[in-house]
Design a protein around this ligand. Structure first.
Ligand code: ADP
Ligand code: ADP
Length: 267
């Protein structure tokens, strides 16, 4: 376990795994697990940040957790590095340890938004089993009561293929604050510099054309079936994510609000 703990040392403060904002509007109610599904470039990271601000729950991005491990040169990072550079998925067994550790952190008690997990049907099955047996409400409820009341809300972001290519080839991020930009669609005020802190924006290693093609292929073959998994359970809600950021956010909030009402009225 000690080794695994190292893997998420910076998970709470990781840019996309950031802790919820103190001034969030909605910090008293149970939100439960929110899963954002969608291909690379669909806007999962962008929308996760909006959810963090609105509902005061943390964002857990497995991509960020892995990149953090790569940059710190942990054992997991060393294993994942070449796989990620090729645009392939990291094996399921390597993912379970970091995800379980992160979900057990106490900031996840009221809920969390998962960005990039689950990415295979096996990961989805693992997550269901985990949510059933783990405690999310540390206030003395019976062991799996909170989890029973809180099956995940699964939101699928639908985006046209050509729009995805624009989003991925144009993606830039700030290495200091993590803010996302897009040179085609959401450029910074000054070329290549962050609007907030002036840092020079960076391009992700895997946002190169040949790797993008591989990632989109991995999505089609390995991750799309995850949507079917949740559709069969009648948990999947699709939103049109081929819209401006604020429109997509509004659709997502309305889905979460509906589920939140059900939860807080004891469904
Ligand atoms: P993902 O996490 O799904 O890979 P990101 O949130 O990182 O996707 O978004 C990919 C790129 O697309 C980023 O450059 C981001 O600024 C841009 N983007 C995200 N949502 C939208 C949108 N609704 N309209 C235009 N560009 C967007
Ligand atoms: P995007 O959504 O833009 O593809 P992510 O940051 O979610 O980017 O993921 C980047 C890479 O990290 C993936 O291409 C994959 O190699 C690895 N990865 C992230 N999450 C998972 C996961 N749940 N299972 C396996 N590999 C993952």
């Amino acid at each position: 376990m000690l080794g695994a703990e190292r893997y998420i040392r910076d998970g709470n403060t990781g840019k996309r795994s950031s802790m919820a904002n103190e001034s969030a509007n909605d910090t008293a109610q149970m939100i439960g697990p929110v899963i954002l599904l969608g291909p690379p470039g669909a806007g999962k990271g962008t929308q996760s940040r909006k959810i963090v601000d609105q509902y005061g729950i943390p964002q857990i991005s497995t991509g960020d957790l892995l990149r953090d491990n790569v940059s710190r040169g942990t054992e997991l990072g060393l294993e994942a590095k070449a796989i990620m550079a090729r645009g392939e998925l990291v094996p399921d067994e390597l993912m379970y340890g970091i995800v379980a550790l992160r979900l057990r952190e106490c900031d996840c008690e009221r809920g969390f938004v998962l960005d990039g997990f689950p990415r295979t049907p096996a990961q989805a099955g693992w997550l269901d089993a985990f949510l059933e047996k783990e405690v999310f409400d540390k206030s003395g409820n019976p062991k799996n009561l909170a989890a029973e009341k809180c099956p995940p809300v699964v939101i699928q972001l639908l985006v046209d293929y050509n729009q995805l290519l624009l989003r991925l080839t144009g993606r830039r991020s700030c290495p200091t604050c993590g803010r996302l930009y897009n040179i085609h669609l959401q450029p910074p005020r000054v070329d290549e510099l962050c609007d907030l802190d002036g840092s020079k924006l960076v391009i992700r290693d895997d946002d190169r054309r040949e790797v993008i093609a591989e990632r989109l292929e991995a999505y089609e073959t390995q991750t799309k079936p995850v949507a079917d998994y949740y559709r069969l359970q009648r948990r999947l809600v699709a939103v049109n994510a081929d819209r401006p950021v604020a429109d997509v956010t509004a659709q997502i909030f309305s889905v979460i609000d509906r589920h939140k009402q059900d939860r807080n009225h004891g469904c």
